[in-house]
Design a protein around this ligand. Structure first.
Ligand code: PBG
Length: 331
């Protein structure tokens, strides 16, 4: 017999998958997941997105087919990113987004819950999330908020269940909430991109939406997105959005900012959504392709980390696999 110099203290609860399952403090459910969708006016068949395996930009018709497939796999909550064919500096045409939403709601009604992204970055020639002044050196906050509120109302009118403003202008949540209420859309909720950082990890997304800043004026989003070096600003922005009427507060990117999720969770009673963004997702996928990690297990580990930090809702490009993967995982 082995002499027991070191009695087991923690390892007894790790001895097999059943006891690990029983004692887990995090239990994932596919019901907490939102699947992002891209719909592009300029294409006539689905387009692959570099870095985002298993995700494509759709036409309206292929989008309806994709939602039907997803619904079969237990996904009924979506975040929609419309990409218009024509980009402008102002007087944007929101009719394609409106049409996409209308078609989704005509086909699926309340079987699906649709949050519509509200931002101008895929609408503007310069790729910024709001309207710029003439020489592109500054972002015009008030004019941008007016246009964004109008866009939000258009989307609510087309049937969006939730408005998800990702532009990061000041005052937009209050403006959008008043506009929605005034028009009778009191039940349309707002999921605010509340703590959205100025991050490198949006690369594949910007490719998908053709929305990288491209002007000799403002060359990045640092004057409106939160600095990765400033956690107080992230918390203040989120709490401000809560006061202005946001129903759900989002932290984005997710895995690099679990400290923010955890801190915000201590300061709000609102549900917190964590967005595992395109670059974070693409990183996991790239390692998996090289055989350096197990794809499913890695995504599940990411999701567990988000829930552990205090996220109630997870936005992942792999949400459409959540039910299957969570069901089969051996922890
Ligand atoms: C638009 C927007 C971005 C994302 C969601 N909405 C990109 C950005 O701010 O440049 C990123 C999502 C992702 O990377 O998955 N403002």
């Amino acid at each position: 017999m082995e002499t027991n110099f070191f009695p087991l203290t923690q390892r007894r609860l790790r001895t097999g998958s059943q006891i690990r399952e029983l004692t887990a403090s995090v239990k994932l459910s596919y019901k907490s997941f939102i699947q992002p969708l891209f719909v592009d006016e300029a294409i006539d068949s689905p387009r692959k997105i570099d870095g985002l395996n298993g995700v494509e930009a759709d036409t309206i018709d292929s989008l309806l087919y994709r939602i039907e497939q997803d619904a079969r796999n237990g996904v009924n909550k979506f975040l929609l990113f419309p990409v218009p064919a024509r980009k402008k500096e102002s007087d944007f045409d929101f009719s394609f987004a409106q049409k996409a939403l209308t078609r989704i709601k005509q086909s699926f009604g309340n079987d699906v819950w649709i949050a519509a992204d509200v931002c101008l970055c895929s609408y503007t020639t310069h790729g910024h999330c709001g309207i710029l002044n003439e020489d592109h050196s500054r972002l015009l906050n008030s004019r941008s908020v007016e246009v964004l509120s109008h866009y939000a109302a258009t989307l609510a009118n087309a049937g969006a269940d939730c408005i998800a403003p990702s532009d990061m202008m000041d005052g937009r949540i209050g403006a959008i909430r008043s506009k929605l209420d005034a028009l009778g859309f009191e039940e349309v909720s707002i999921m605010s991109y509340a703590a959205k950082f100025s991050s490198q990890f949006y690369g594949p997304f910007r490719d998908a939406c053709h929305s990288s800043p491209n002007t000799n004026g403002l060359q990045n989003r640092k004057t409106y997105q939160v600095s990765p070096f400033n956690s107080n600003d992230a918390i203040a922005s989120a709490l401000r959005d809560e006061r202005e009427g946001a129903d759900i507060l989002m932290v984005k990117p997710a895995t690099l900012y679990t400290d923010i999720i955890s801190r915000l969770n201590q300061q709000t009673l609102k549900p917190i959504a964590a967005y595992h963004v395109s670059g974070e997702y693409a990183g996991v996928e790239a390692l998996a392709e090289k055989g350096l990690l197990d794809r499913e297990a890695a995504h599940i580990e990411v999701w567990a980390s988000l829930q552990r930090s205090g996220a109630d809702i997870i936005i992942s490009y792999a949400s459409r696999h959540a039910k299957d993967w969570i069901n089969n995982v051996v922890i």
